[in-house]
Design a protein around this ligand. Sequence first.
Ligand SMILES: Nc1ncnc2c1ncn2[C@@H]1O[C@H](COP(=O)(O)OP(=O)(O)O)[C@@H](O)[C@H]1O
Ligand SMILES: [Mg+2]
Length: 244
Amino acid sequence: MIQVEHLSKHYPDKVALDDINLIFPAEQTTAIVGPSGSGKSTLLRSLNLLERPDQGELQIDDLTLDLSRPITTSQILQIRQKTAMVFQEKALFTHLTVMRNLTEGPIKVQKKDKQVAETRARELLEQFGMSELTDRYPYQLSGGQQQRVAILRALAMSPKYLLLDEPTSALDPELEAQVLRVLKDLAKKDTSMIIVTHNMAFAEQVADQIVFIDNGHVGYNGATEGFFHSDNKRIKQFLGAMSF
Ligand SMILES: Nc1ncnc2c1ncn2[C@@H]1O[C@H](COP(=O)(O)OP(=O)(O)O)[C@@H](O)[C@H]1O
Ligand SMILES: [Mg+2]
């Protein structure tokens, strides 16, 4: 479980997050939704300390951090070992094959044996029907394939929590569907996922819970069905504007 309590993040001219209290249960999929600029990325990036909140508490399983106090490198490492982030833009190593993209982190960061890392990479590629891409370079892949490899690269690190920030928003609809299929598979396997998405149909289908961030506040936090059938005026207005 990841939990944040009284989490706040201020920029000089902007309160990005104001007193956020949330629980992200393990083995569940949480979709973070909300208008542009509402604080979704800031929240997601705060969960693995890519962003440093000014105040509050962050708990990941048995590690609890007071965010208003200095955080040690070893605490950051502990958090990074449990989490992996997939970004909107493809972020593969362009000079490395798919196989090397998947084994680089496990070998260099986790000090895994090369053979162990390669076996795991082959398993992942096979599991997601991507074995034929093993020896290709990123430029030989479509955008959708690149993004699916980016997801497998995160999974290759065996994170407990997979964090995804609009992983499909740079893709056209057909390629988006390929990536969403991978994420649906992961959700079915009880992967612990926290995913920022603009795709409401996907969120409704896949998320166990919805977090609606509105202007730095939590506008809704609870069951997916309750969100999509909410009578709340602000939620209805948001969903109407998303027109899906
Ligand atoms: N480095 C920064 N400096 C100043 N303001 C920022 C910075 N990053 C984000 N913001 C502001 O914080 C708010 C939330 O941003 P963000 O979390 O990226 O929103 P979202 O992901 O929901 O679109 C926005 O108003 C944005 O302009
Ligand atoms: Mg964002």
